[in-house]
Design a protein. Structure first.
Length: 103
């Protein structure tokens, strides 16, 4: 088996259900209660060597613009996934995606 070095695969930040769901498949994570805590944990996790960071949508509601700006300045992909605590508007996700990739 090839040595993958110290790179960690993924980390999830968000609502309890999302974090626990990812934990079941071996992805570590941290439950958060509010957007301030999301940003605090996100900054800590970005200092580590993760390949991807996953955020639950319900925890990013108030900090969407901060996350968009952060995505522009870091190499680690930050992915927002829908969760049971929030109905995500598909058109809004498409708009954010287009903004992120520059279309």
């Amino acid at each position: 088996m090839a040595d993958l070095g110290t790179t960690k695969k993924a980390f999830v930040i968000g609502a309890r259900e999302t974090v626990r769901g990812f934990n079941l498949i071996g992805v570590p994570g941290k439950e958060v209660k509010d957007s301030a805590e999301v940003m605090e944990i996100l900054e800590e996790v970005l200092e580590q060597d993760y390949s991807v960071i996953i955020l639950s949508a319900s925890c990013t509601f108030e900090i969407e613009n901060q996350i968009i700006e952060l995505r522009k300045n870091v190499q680690t992909p930050i992915i927002i996934v829908s969760d049971v605590n929030m109905q995500v508007d598909v058109k809004q996700i498409e708009k954010q995606f287009r903004s992120f990739v520059g279309i």
